[in-house]
Design a protein. Structure first.
Length: 166
C-alpha cells in the first residue's frame, strides 16, 4: 500500500487534509505505488475544493523531483507555488504528524489481509479529515505557526497538540 497526503492551512479557515491510497496486488501492469499522476492530482483536488492558490511545501522525496512533476508545477504556476524542504527535515512537515496519527491507530491491528489494513487506514484518514483540531495540532508540532494567525486559533492548536500526543 502507498499513501500520499496533503495538509492545508489557511488563517481563519478550517484546516483540511487530502489523501490518495493505492493498493498493490501484484497484477500485471499494475503500478506498484503512488505515481506522478497521483501526486499531481492532490494539489489539483485541493485547488478545486479550496478555491484559491496553493503554496505547496514538499519534502525531498525522489518522486517530487522528477521531470513530470516539474512540468506539472510549471504548467500550473498561476495557482501553484512550490517550496522544497531541506533533506531530513521531516519535523517541519505537518503531514508527518498525520501519518503518525494513522500509524498509532493501526499499530495493534491484527489484519488477515491487505483489504483490512487499507480499510483501517482509510477509515482513520477520514476521521482525521473531520477533526481539524488534530490537523492543527500537526502544524503546531512543527513550530511553523505564523504570527498573523488569531490568538484564539493558536490556542486551539496548542490544545489539539497536547490532545494528539496522548
Amino acid at each position: 500500500m502507498s499513501i500520499a497526503g496533503l495538509t492545508c492551512y489557511k488563517p481563519g479557515k478550517r484546516s483540511r487534509t487530502f489523501y490518495s491510497v493505492r493498493e498493490y496486488r501484484g497484477r500485471k501492469g499494475e503500478p506498484k505505488g503512488i505515481g506522478g499522476r497521483d501526486l499531481c492530482d492532490l494539489p489539483v483536488r485541493a485547488h478545486i475544493q479550496l478555491g484559491g492558490p496553493i503554496v505547496l511545501v514538499w519534502d525531498n522525496l525522489r518522486m517530487h523531483l522528477v521531470e513530470a512533476i516539474r512540468r506539472f508545477i510549471a504548467d500550473h504556476a498561476d495557482w501553484l507555488t512550490v517550496f522544497q524542504l531541506p533533506s531530513h527535515a521531516t519535523v517541519l512537515s505537518p503531514q508527518e504528524g498525520i501519518w503518525s496519527l494513522v500509524k498509532r491507530d493501526i499499530g495493534n491491528l491484527a489484519a488477515a489481509g491487505l483489504d483490512q489494513i487499507t480499510h483501517a487506514v482509510k477509515r482513520r484518514l477520514k476521521q482525521i479529515q473531520y477533526r481539524p483540531d488534530l490537523v492543527d495540532g500537526c502544524l503546531t508540532n512543527t513550530g511553523l505557526i505564523t504570527d498573523d494567525w488569531p490568538a484564539s486559533r493558536i490556542q486551539a492548536q496548542a490544545v489539539a497538540s497536547s490532545v494528539s500526543r496522548q
